[in-house]
Design a protein around this ligand. Structure first.
Ligand code: P6P
Length: 337
């Protein structure tokens, strides 16, 4: 029988990966399948979010008589639910939850991974139809199997991630995830309701012509950042400048574009917010893992994002991420080359 192997679904792809890794248990591919399932459910709600106003705003009752939840909370509940009822995850930490949740059923306590996520980043952009996204990172727990997960399972350096990824709810819905074996992108095919491999082995171009930063904070940035932004804006036959400025205000969309096309995304610290705005554990670490596997770099302006030892679940960090040559130019201006 001639089976169509040209179009691989996410599940087929992850199972293929399991077959290639000796002693693999398939737990990671099951966890990724669970994440894919939750994101498909979220995608349905995101796509009709604009209708919520007709059907009743978040917090009201819609025409089906259901409670209309804030999409962030809905997304958080979807990921928490599938991971809690799966067989791969011992606990979760979420941008939407003050503290982590350790699942206390036997199956979960015997699961070897924990998952940290921002269930719906940039959700403020929904009502103006700008792309938003989910960001997640997966770690092998450091506490013994059979016990309930604890804080040290969640406060691991980004280098300890076994997988990381994001879902972008945009002109199409795409799930991109990385393991140390590579970065692969899957586009949701609505006709079969499956994520299908569309961008195999994504590599971040070593350089690019796009720089992404909020110019509104320009006068609050340090001199190194301002000097680099100046370089981005000037004609320069060596760097190919001036670059194009693209900033959507949705990290998943901005970083995804720069990952694929080449570019640099910056959310520096400011006078008002010296640590910046972005969260280390479930926004910066996953993207830093992905970009490094794809050949790019990610720092806080001084050190690799992945080397930062977390002390709190919701701690923030300045974030510079993108093509390795552009990151080198930035580091030169910041005196860290
Ligand atoms: P600013 C969205 O709220 C978010 O967390 C990221 O997705 C985005 O990159 C950033 O904030 C935008 O922040 O301060 O430039 O509006």
């Amino acid at each position: 029988m001639n089976v169509n192997r040209k179009v691989l679904t996410l599940d087929e792809f992850t199972i293929q990966q399991v077959r290639q890794i000796p002693n693999a248990t398939g737990e990671l591919s099951t966890l990724l399948r669970d994440i894919g399932l939750a994101s498909k459910r979220i995608n349905v709600e995101v796509n009709k979010a604009g209708l919520v106003d007709i059907l009743g705003d978040a917090g009201s009752i819609n025409v089906q008589g259901e409670d209309v939840k804030k999409l962030d909370i809905y997304a958080n509940d979807q990921f928490t639910g599938v991971l809690q009822h799966g067989i791969s995850c011992a606990g979760i930490a979420s941008e939407e939850l003050d503290d982590y949740i350790a699942f206390d059923d036997t199956e979960s306590k015997n699961s070897k991974y924990v998952c940290l996520f921002d269930p719906l980043d940039g959700s403020g952009n929904i009502d103006v139809n700008v792309s938003i996204g989910t960001i997640f990172g997966v770690y092998r727990r450091v506490t013994p199997l059979g016990t309930i997960a604890s804080k040290e399972d969640f406060l691991q350096k980004g280098t300890q991630q076994v997988a990381a990824g994001y879902i972008i709810y945009g002109s199409s819905t795409m799930l991109v995830y990385a393991t140390r074996r590579g970065v692969n992108g899957f586009t949701l095919d609505p006709s079969i309701g499956e994520f299908t491999l569309s961008n195999a082995n994504i590599k971040c171009p070593p350089s690019g012509k796009i720089y992404s930063v909020n110019h509104g904070n320009f006068f609050q940035y340090n001199e190194g950042v301002k000097s680099y932004i100046d370089i981005c804006q000037r004609k320069n036959k060596n760097t190919g400048g001036p670059y194009t400025q693209r900033y959507i205000g949705s990290m998943v969309a901005d970083v995804h574009r720069n990952l694929v096309k080449g570019g640099i995304f910056m959310y520096p610290g400011t006078i008002d917010k010296p640590k910046g705005k972005l969260r280390l554990l479930y926004e910066c670490n996953p993207f830093a893992f992905i970009i490094e596997v794809a050949g790019g770099k990610a720092t806080d302006g001084h050190q690799r994002i992945l080397d930062i030892q977390p002390t709190e679940l919701h701690q923030r960090t300045p974030m510079f991420i993108g093509s390795k040559d552009m990151m080198g130019e930035l580091e030169k201006e910041m005196g860290n080359s």
